[in-house]
Design a protein around this ligand. Structure first.
Ligand SMILES: Nc1ncnc2c1ncn2[C@@H]1O[C@H](COP(=O)(O)OP(=O)(O)OP(=O)(O)O)[C@@H](O)[C@H]1O
Length: 228
């Protein structure tokens, strides 16, 4: 609650602007601009190694870049990860401490599971397990549900569908569609059909590290050599 007694105005727009990243003298990201808005799912595509995960890390603030400007409603924010109530991030690789029980992890993230229980009836049974007692696909699924249902208005998802069976990819897609009403979601995954089906806006990262806003995604993904 703000000092005036009024609740803070909800943030509507996340921008990553002028992102330059190089590794050992090699330019990976060059002058990237990406916008994520509450009410939208933004799909991010690019060939293996073009820099998608690196970009998400730069946005989250856990990877420093040669240049970057991450803004919330036009206000520059340094190290967004310090503002967990504003931005939640699913990294590409398993990240929840393996000894933690699912219910404990969900509590830490303040995840709200009301709707998730409808989409994933088996969730109640899994809450008592420790992460190291789950399969790879179950871990991925639960981490994604946890991040998406946290209160943060912006969510970065790096390959949430990886290792997840098609039935659950469908349910996760439904969860993202429902969640987008109150969130801005940046989603990257090579399951491009599933990403395209739910994306309102799509960007491509090219091999030379540029971001392109796609107007006709299927065609342009072919033209740029992401699809055959
Ligand atoms: N810490 C690092 N040091 C040096 N080079 C790195 C480092 N991390 C990533 N890279 C390189 O940067 C490039 C981009 O990697 P990144 O993981 O961001 O790509 P990606 O688009 O997410 O790939 P994928 O689709 O395969 O997951 C790759 O060529 C990778 O080898």
């Amino acid at each position: 609650m703000a000092l005036s007694g009024k609740p803070p105005t909800p943030v509507k727009r996340l921008e990553a602007d002028s992102i330059w990243l190089e590794y050992g003298g090699r330019n990976v990201l060059q002058n990237i601009y990406i916008k994520v808005e509450v009410g939208q799912i933004t799909g991010l595509f690019g060939r293996n190694g073009c820099g998608k995960s690196s970009l998400l890390q730069v946005i989250y603030g856990t990877r420093s870049a040669q240049n970057s400007s991450v803004r919330l409603d036009g206000h520059y924010v340094e190290r967004v990860y310090r503002h967990r109530h504003k931005l939640a991030y699913l990294p590409q690789h398993q990240f929840v401490p393996t000894q933690l029980r699912v219910a404990e992890a969900f509590d830490l993230y303040k995840s709200s599971l009301a709707y998730a229980h409808v989409l994933f009836p088996e969730l109640s049974d899994l809450l008592v397990y420790r992460f190291n007692q789950l399969s790879g696909g179950q871990q991925r699924l639960l981490e994604t549900i946890m991040v998406v249902t946290s209160p943060a208005p912006f969510v970065l998802l790096d390959e949430p569908f990886s290792n997840v069976m098609p039935l659950h990819v469908e349910s996760l897609s439904s969860l993202l569609i429902v969640s987008r009403a109150s969130k801005g979601i940046l989603l990257t995954d090579h399951y491009y059909h599933d990403v395209l089906a739910i994306s309102d806006t799509t960007y491509l990262l090219t091999n030379n590290g540029r971001s392109i806003l796609l107007r006709h995604p299927e065609q342009e993904l072919r033209d740029y050599g992401y699809l055959t």
